[in-house]
Design a binder for this molecule. Structure first.
Ligand code: IMP
Length: 194
């Protein structure tokens, strides 16, 4: 039987990426599918803290084994901002286009455009909590390029490539991304746990 895990998100892009990377041994269920429509608090000051908050919220209120991810874009010339505040960088409306525009403005005139995406996944399974981390280094380009993906994908070029995540497409992104690295660790852990 497939291991069933609630993924504490309704972000369709994240769901597809995680399902794609984990493969069909695992049934990854979204919040909507368990009829959870609450805005789960993300009030911690670290990615680890927020991932744990989200996973514990689901375990405590719905009782399911689950996972949650929190991701930040850490830009060197901005002292690692927006980091844990990446979703609301340009304001509480969490508008991805406004976030990208603000980041491009903040980087105007700066030579060092290096950055990294960092994802932390919190897993709660069989009464235990585990954390997994994935990082991909790259740089922020000067204008948006590409149409796939989401969030900051159209302004981030991963190291070793010349195209943005939004130009590279799902297959390459899911082979090399921050989320892929964290999910592969998660997969390894789950395979051992069984
Ligand atoms: P959160 O993990 O959903 O809180 O995401 C934080 C912010 O980073 C949001 O603005 C997302 O759109 C963005 N984000 C998360 N993961 C990715 C990604 O894989 N690529 C580009 N942007 C992302």
């Amino acid at each position: 039987m497939k291991t069933k895990l609630i993924f504490a998100t309704n972000n369709q892009h994240k769901l597809e990426e995680v399902r794609d990377i984990l493969g069909n041994k695992y049934q990854i269920v979204s919040l909507l599918e368990i009829d959870c429509r609450e805005d789960i608090p993300e009030t911690a000051s670290t990615l680890e803290g927020n991932a744990l908050l989200k996973a514990r919220f689901i375990k405590e209120n719905y009782g399911f084994d689950c996972l949650a991810d929190d991701t930040g874009l850490e830009v060197k010339a901005l002292d690692n901002a927006p980091g844990v505040y990446s979703a609301r960088y340009a304001g509480e409306s969490k508008d991805p286009a406004a976030n990208r525009q603000k980041l491009l403005r903040e980087l105007e005139g700066k030579d060092d455009r290096s950055a990294q995406f960092r994802t932390v996944i919190a897993l709660i399974i069989n009464g235990k909590e585990q954390l997994f981390e994935g990082i991909v280094a790259g740089e922020i380009i000067r204008e948006e390029r590409g149409t796939t993906g989401f969030g900051y994908d159209s302004i981030f070029v991963p190291k070793g490539y010349t195209e943005t995540f939004a130009e590279l497409g799902a297959e390459i992104k899911n082979a090399i991304s921050h989320r892929a690295e964290a999910v592969n660790q998660l997969k390894h852990f789950l395979d051992e746990e069984k």
